[in-house]
Write a new protein. Structure first.
Length: 471
């Protein structure tokens, strides 16, 4: 291609890049989504250039008007993107140059290295807020499900063996906690993004009298008191990709959570459990077996967690061992984070949709939770309350469990005389332990599944989600 096409760096070249090289090195196919942030950055930068007298107010206004037109064209889908111009930055700058002569001054005291770092920091702030809002919506769906069906008792599992009874609400609240930590992680990434890179230049700043703080304020890179936050080392500024990894890590963690939630839902909806019915709208049938209803949304949530982990892994591998500062390898930083954004966004939405349509089979849950053996630990606690050391109590309950097994009876159906023979601590009231309602009521400490705590947690989440709307 003609060298003149590479107006931004073609000066020292006698030939343009090979077509193959252009296809290989272009990033506009994926970084064009940075356009609104790139334009915001250019507007702030040119405002600063005018502020310090490097361009005139007239030139600034012309640049701003041109950039506004370009943004409108992009939004309307009327902008022609060219891979020959490599990336989003050069596409926009070249288009501006065609409209406004002053565009030739826009790149004063700026490099694509600090420009792309700025675009991405602005994007991360936006992306985190978007994902936080979606996580909140998923949490709302969970809270709604809990309000509808949370009163149903189900077995809680360890080792996928029935362990102890819990209200469904308690299990759902566990998921709420997981998503709350994800929400906090994205909030932290947004906070870490809040430093303005512009002015770092390619690596060593500029000799021109720029005002970095001015630009930072224009772009909202400010602390809670409105004071500018600018990055403190120009080399670190253009080399640093920590945010990319943090964002991908937050996404991967959400993926793990979504996957574990999905796995519980798959189990619960299976014929073997049948605790719940998944909504038809999020399931599919089999092309061969007419009776099948497959939990595809959950399986895909589980599957997509793999690519979220993969995106993190790709970034870690790509950054490792890179010498300071910018290396073109770093252009590969964007596809994984964009994919993480898209994947987390749709997964959160699909999870919310799936949760919203779930109904519970109360009789199946009641049958599963009816086994008195689930309260064997409560029987040990009963003995402890009567002065028996826990280790001894554990043993004494074990003896009763064994007896029930030999007699082929449920634990609570044994003759009191037989039970008393197992340990002197057992009294006539030993079987009151198996009253489920009573057993649940006794679990009243913070974080426990008793009804008083469920009420408290319901109030806590209702308040938190109402206050946290949009945060
Ligand atoms: N498209 C490039 C990227 O995303 C922009 C920075 C280019 N800088 C350079 N020195 N070639 O990394």
């Amino acid at each position: 291609m003609a060298k003149s096409s590479q107006a931004s760096w073609g000066g020292r070249f006698s030939a343009g890049p090979a077509d193959l090289m252009l296809r290989f090195s272009e990033s506009v196919s994926f970084d064009r989504r940075l356009a609104p942030f790139d334009i915001a950055g250019s507007k702030a930068h040119s405002a600063m250039l005018a502020h310090v007298g490097l361009i005139t107010a007239k030139e600034r206004d012309a640049i701003h008007a041109g950039l506004d037109t370009i943004l409108a064209e992009i939004t309307a889908g009327k902008f022609t993107w060219s891979t020959q111009l490599e990336d989003v930055h050069m596409n926009i700058e070249q288009a501006l140059t065609k409209k406004v002569p002053a565009a030739a001054k826009l790149h004063t005291a700026r490099s694509r290295n600090d420009q792309v770092a700025t675009d991405m920091r602005l994007w991360f702030k936006w992306a985190c807020a978007e994902l936080q809002a979606r996580l909140r919506a998923t949490q709302h769906a969970l809270l709604d499900l809990s309000t509808r069906e949370g009163h149903v008792l189900i077995p809680g599992y360890t080792h996928l063996q029935r362990a102890q009874p819990v209200f469904l609400a308690h299990h759902l609240f566990a998921w709420l906690e997981m998503l709350e930590r994800d929400h906090a992680r994205f909030a932290a990434v947004a906070k870490h993004a809040n430093w303005c890179p512009l002015g770092a230049g390619a690596i060593a700043g500029t000799t021109l009298p720029i005002d970095r703080e001015f630009t930072a304020v224009q772009l909202g890179f400010v602390d809670e008191k409105g004071r500018p936050r600018v990055t403190q080392n120009s080399m670190d500024t253009v080399a640093d990709r920590d945010l990319f990894l943090e964002f991908a890590a937050a996404g991967a963690m959400f993926g793990l959570h979504a996957s574990r939630i999905a796995e519980d839902l798959i189990l619960w909806s299976s014929t073997e459990f049948k605790f719940i019915e998944l909504p038809d709208a999020f399931c599919t049938g089999s092309s061969l077996m007419p009776q099948k209803k497959n939990p595809d949304s959950c399986e895909l949530l589980r599957g997509k967690s793999g690519r979220l982990a993969g995106n993190l892994s790709a970034l870690v591998t790509m950054v490792k061992g890179l010498p300071l500062t910018y290396n073109r390898d770093l252009q590969e930083d964007k596809p994984p984070v964009f994919d993480t954004f898209d994947t987390v966004a749709i997964c959160a939405e699909v999870l919310a949709g799936t949760l919203a349509g779930i109904t519970v089979h109360p009789t199946r849950c009641a049958a599963a939770v009816a086994d008195p053996a689930l309260l064997a630990t409560d029987l040990a606690d009963y003995l402890v309350e009567r002065g028996v050391p826990f280790r001894e109590a554990h043993h004494a309950v074990g003896a009763v469990v064994k007896l029930a097994e030999t007699q082929g009876k449920p634990l609570n159906q044994l003759a009191t005389a037989d039970v008393k023979k197992c340990h002197a601590g057992y009294g006539d009231d030993w079987a009151t332990v198996f009253d489920l309602k009573r057993a649940m009521a006794k679990r009243r400490g913070t974080g426990m599944p008793g009804p008083a705590q469920i009420k408290k947690q319901t109030a806590r989440w209702t308040k938190l989600l109402k206050e946290g709307a949009g945060s």
